[in-house]
Design a protein around this ligand. Structure first.
Ligand code: WTA
Length: 645
């Protein structure tokens, strides 16, 4: 483990909002006097009714509750748009960079954003969408994706964005789970010069999603699509008939803002619910603190809006802060590995925020793709989504940032709404691979398996002892599952599912998930989900899926499959199973290795010993541990002998 320290550059220490002492005071105050601290922070938002109470919560079973600013009223879209109109209506809110570099970018001012969002809101209303209704958004990375979510927020509807890479099957499950009558989609998406048949996917999903009544279709590529009479409408036609003004609905701070499905260690994906006041405060505050955001800086979060990073740091945090946020339709390495840096040059990007997996892929293509670009506008570099290996960190720092840009490695989760452990550029000395120190209000602790709190430099499971405003409030439709998943492993605390080390300077080093969630290219995937998809195949009797180390993706998906009697275990079937999983879930779940296994290692009570499967997938077969408790220890030899490398 590296102990290199990269001190705060003098320039940042001088100019940033907080230096190290400032951070210590801020964090200290947030924990010592949370009530007044958070009411003061709440002033950064524009309230219709200003809250008089901050956090009201308990993680204990008897009076389990999480509320923030519950007596306040506000509207998220008004905070992200309307309140900026007087001072910076003519400033660019969104820069949109198209997939094809030969096409012209779009620049949307706050004034234009206001009109676009109002129109979108009026279209939704005309389709019968009311406060509290769920609207599924299945769009590519086009400005309409931002308009659609903000339009929902404006009228108090709850959006559920589904990543465009999910299959019709996965989309149908998400539409049905939250009983969403309306889907907003596009004819097609574009990524890396390829077309994604979004509307056709919605058509296929509709067959399995009886709740769906209306499909609003944005014309993005002009590609041919089938329109179903009575169900499908073109957005541009509907938008032409509505007003460009729409009042913002006054919402309670604890009214739902959005649902975002994410993978857990068991069962189907969970609908993570975020609410209005606390979430927006958290997204906006962390955007400002981690990136010392200043008006005029061009901010680029290179995530997809289908993930929480896109929600919090393409749309809500930056727009609440009146920022210019860049939205990119395509892939970081298309047409070639210079693209991401060319976009930085083209738009004078001040801060770029991306995932380690993208950096590792770009690194492999060689430094020339970076060095031939200017990058002089870049002042800060962010990462998120998975542990960053020190090698990628150093490459980002030295080759991309030429040693002058601090690396902001933000640890957080869909559940946390925004960054939880992350540096602040003027305050935090950096160590490659460490997300460094907690944000204000965040009290992380490390515990052992039994829940004993570990002190000092140590390693354990990461828990958060108190609520913070951006915390998820429930699992949609299953409050019991919310409590069970996060608050029963270490009663009275929020369990993150991550392992973590803390060093002698109090720096946190996330070591990865300790549950059955894997992190593939920065995307969360439940091994149980991939297993359920595999066993749906008629030839598969049983499947067990684990993560394996992968040079670019961070983790890859390794599937052990037991076939039904009489089915031939050959390469053709292997390819078919890979395709099958892609169809069931989507390309992000593509297995990297499929091993046919005549039997899986099970205890006598029938429980699969995943520890052994993980070791074999990792290629670490010398230390399989005690296998004597297995019902049939012989299966292990076969698994080792037939490992797919
Ligand atoms: C992992 C993404 C190390 C972690 C925002 C977490 C990280 C999961 C980091 C959440 C980081 C995220 N360093 N690991 N900087 N950021 N993770 O819900 O395992 O898609 O639990 O949220 O990603 O993934 P999710």
């Amino acid at each position: 483990m590296t102990q290199d320290v990269y001190p705060v550059p003098a320039e940042w220490a001088r100019t940033a909002r907080y230096d190290q002492a400032g951070y210590e005071r801020l964090h200290g105050r947030s924990l010592a006097d949370p009530g007044s601290f958070w009411l003061e922070q709440a002033k950064r938002l524009d309230w219709i009714k200003r809250p008089e109470m901050a956090g009201d919560w308990s993680f204990d079973e008897a009076d389990f509750r999480i509320n923030w600013f519950a007596d306040g009223k506000l509207n998220v879209a008004a905070n992200c748009i309307d309140r900026h109109l007087a001072s910076r209506g003519g400033d660019v809110a969104i820069i949109w960079e198209p997939d094809d570099p030969a096409e012209e970018p779009r620049r949307i001012t706050y004034l234009e954003l206001h009109q676009e969002v109002c129109r979108f809101a009026n279209v939704l209303k005309a389709q019968g969408v009311k406060r509290g209704d769920r609207v599924t958004v299945y769009l590519p990375m086009i400005p309409e994706a931002a308009f659609a979510v903000l339009a929902c927020a404006r009228i108090g509807a709850i959006h559920s964005v589904v990543f465009g890479g999910f299959s019709p099957e996965a989309l149908a499950g998400r539409i049905t789970d939250c009983d969403s009558a309306v889907v907003v989609t596009a004819d097609e998406g574009r990524r890396g010069g390829k077309r994604v048949p979004l509307k056709a996917n919605v058509d296929a999903a509709a067959e399995r999603a009886p709740a769906l009544q209306t499909v609003i279709v944005v014309k993005a590529t002009g590609g041919e699509v089938a329109m179903s009479e009575g169900r499908d409408i073109w957005y541009h036609e509907a938008a032409a008939t509505v007003s460009a003004d729409c009042p913002a609905e006054p919402m309670g701070a604890e009214d739902p803002l959005f649902i975002l499905y994410t993978s857990g260690s068991t069962g189907k994906p969970k609908g993570v619910l975020h609410t209005t006041g606390g979430y927006l405060l958290w997204a906006s505050l962390t955007h400002e603190l981690c990136f010392d955001y200043r008006p005029g800086n061009v901010w680029w979060c290179a995530a997809d809006i289908g993930w929480v990073t896109g929600h919090s740091y393409i749309v809500y945090g930056p727009l609440a802060n009146g920022a210019t946020t860049l939205m990119y339709e395509g892939l970081p390495n298309w047409p070639d590995a210079s693209r991401i840096w060319q976009i930085c040059d083209r738009h004078n990007v001040h801060t770029v925020f991306t995932a380690p997996t993208a950096l590792r892929a770009l690194m492999k293509d060689g430094d020339e793709f970076v060095t031939k670009t200017s990058r002089q506008s870049l002042k800060l570099l962010g990462t998120v989504g998975e542990p960053i290996n020190p090698e990628a960190w150093r490459w980002y720092h030295e080759v991309v940032g030429e040693g002058r840009c601090p690396i902001i490695d933000t640890w957080w989760q869909t559940e946390t709404g925004g960054a939880m452990i992350a540096p602040m550029p003027g305050a935090t000395d950096l160590k490659p691979g460490s997300a460094t120190r907690p944000m204000p209000g965040v009290d992380p602790q490390l515990v052992d398996e039994k829940g004993n709190v570990l002190h000092g430099a140590t390693e354990g499971n990461l828990i958060i002892t108190r609520s913070w405003p951006g915390q998820m409030r429930t699992v949609w439709g299953d409050h019991e599952r919310f409590f069970q998943t996060y608050f029963t492993t270490y009663p009275g605390n929020y369990f993150t599912g991550d392992g973590c080390r803390r060093d002698e300077d109090g720096y946190y080093w996330i070591t990865g998930r300790v549950d059955d969630v894997i992190n593939v290219s920065g995307h969360r995937m439940g091994t149980a989900e991939v297993e359920s998809a595999l066993v749906l195949h008629p030839k598969v009797a049983e499947a067990a899926v684990v993560g394996m180390p992968h040079e670019v993706k961070g983790q890859g998906i390794y599937a052990y499959v037991t076939l039904n009697a009489g089915c031939a275990a050959d390469d053709a079937l292997r390819a078919e199973l890979v395709k099958w999983v892609r169809t069931e879930i989507g390309p992000i779940a593509t297995p990297d290795a499929v091993q046919f296994a005549p039997g899986l290692p099970k205890t006598r009570s029938g429980k699969i010993m995943r520890r052994i499967l993980r070791k074999i997938a990792e290629g670490d077969v010398s230390s399989l541990g005690d296998t004597s408790t297995l019902a049939d220890p012989g299966v292990v030899d076969d698994l080792v002998a037939n490992r797919v490398s």
